[in-house]
Design a binder for this molecule. Structure first.
Ligand SMILES: [Zn+2]
Length: 280
């Protein structure tokens, strides 16, 4: 297999820090991080910057990601492969090919396979999060949406402060007007060690780092009855304000994917930061 190390596509100009409030990275989870305003350090490599500032303790040297546990995952790509192949068997570099849009335009997702965040290197996430079901289970806690007339419970991991980041997002949403309760009725779920429907790829729900809100309002591309790459039509029902509250706390939204999963929010702060570092 051809392995191409990338250099040029991700070179960014070093212009110092982006504007925004100064905040310490939440290594102790005491204070939730606002990833939309966090002050960022910019070097010549935005992929490196995004990963190291999203996950404190992670370092990158000699073409590999080094985790605090001592595990090492090669940082290769992006590769010149077909879009289905990239999705099926992604490298870490491949994960940054489709830029996650921070605005609420759903235009980009109409392009077949424009799935920013759905492209995941499994070895990286197994090392970053957990390698098996019982390890995830031991790290779980319950985080609640407390609406005016409804409470919804999500079972998520404490690793990388996912629980406090989620709690902050849900707190913001619960204060929004009109009431957002209907989006938290009949929620799709949270922790579940499983593969993605119809694939051999592990779902991010396996790591306790993803939640599904109301599945009927969120909708899912497969319910259109179309083939992969043919899911351009998406009648979104999730308000911008809900999506932005999640994004502020590091969660991306599956409604911005070509293969939309509008109920799905997943902790991927590296993609929020990468979008900002690339000047979006
Ligand atoms: Zn989901």
């Amino acid at each position: 297999m051809l392995k191409t190390r990338f250099a040029l596509p991700f070179v960014a100009f070093c212009i110092g820090s982006l504007s925004g409030g100064r905040q310490a990275l939440a290594t102790d989870c005491a204070k939730p991080v606002d990833f939309l305003t966090l002050s960022l350090t910019k070097t010549s490599n935005s992929v490196h910057d995004a990963l190291t500032q999203a996950y404190p303790g992670l370092t990158i040297k000699a073409g590999a990601v080094h985790l605090v546990t001592g595990e090492v995952v090669p940082l290769e790509g992006p590769r010149k492969v077909s879009k289905p192949e990239r999705l099926e068997n992604a490298t870490i570099g491949d994960m940054f090919v489709y830029r996650y849009p921070l605005d609420f335009s759903l235009e980009q997702r109409k392009t077949p396979f424009h799935d920013p965040g759905r492209v995941r290197n499994e070895a990286f996430f197994r090392a970053l999060m957990f390698d098996n079901k019982s390890a995830t289970r031991k790290s779980l806690t319950t985080v609640r949406y407390r609406g005016a007339k409804l409470t919804a419970n999500f079972s998520v991991t404490k690793k990388h402060c996912v629980h406090t980041q989620l709690a902050a997002a849900l707190e913001e949403i619960a204060l929004q007007k009109p009431s957002r309760d209907k989006y938290f009725r009949k929620i799709g779920g949270s922790f579940n060690w499983r593969v993605i429907s119809g694939t051999k790829r592990l779902s991010s729900h396996s790591f306790g780092s993803a939640v599904d809100v109301n599945s009927q309002l969120g909708k899912y591309w497969k319910w259109l009855g179309v083939k992969p790459g043919k899911a351009a039509r998406y009648d979104n029902a999730i308000p911008h304000e809900i999506v932005e509250a999640f994004e502020r706390r590091g969660f991306i939204w599956g409604g911005k994917w070509h293969h939309f999963d509008g109920m799905h929010f997943e902790y991927r702060p590296e993609l929020i930061l990468y979008a900002r570092l690339m000047g979006q």
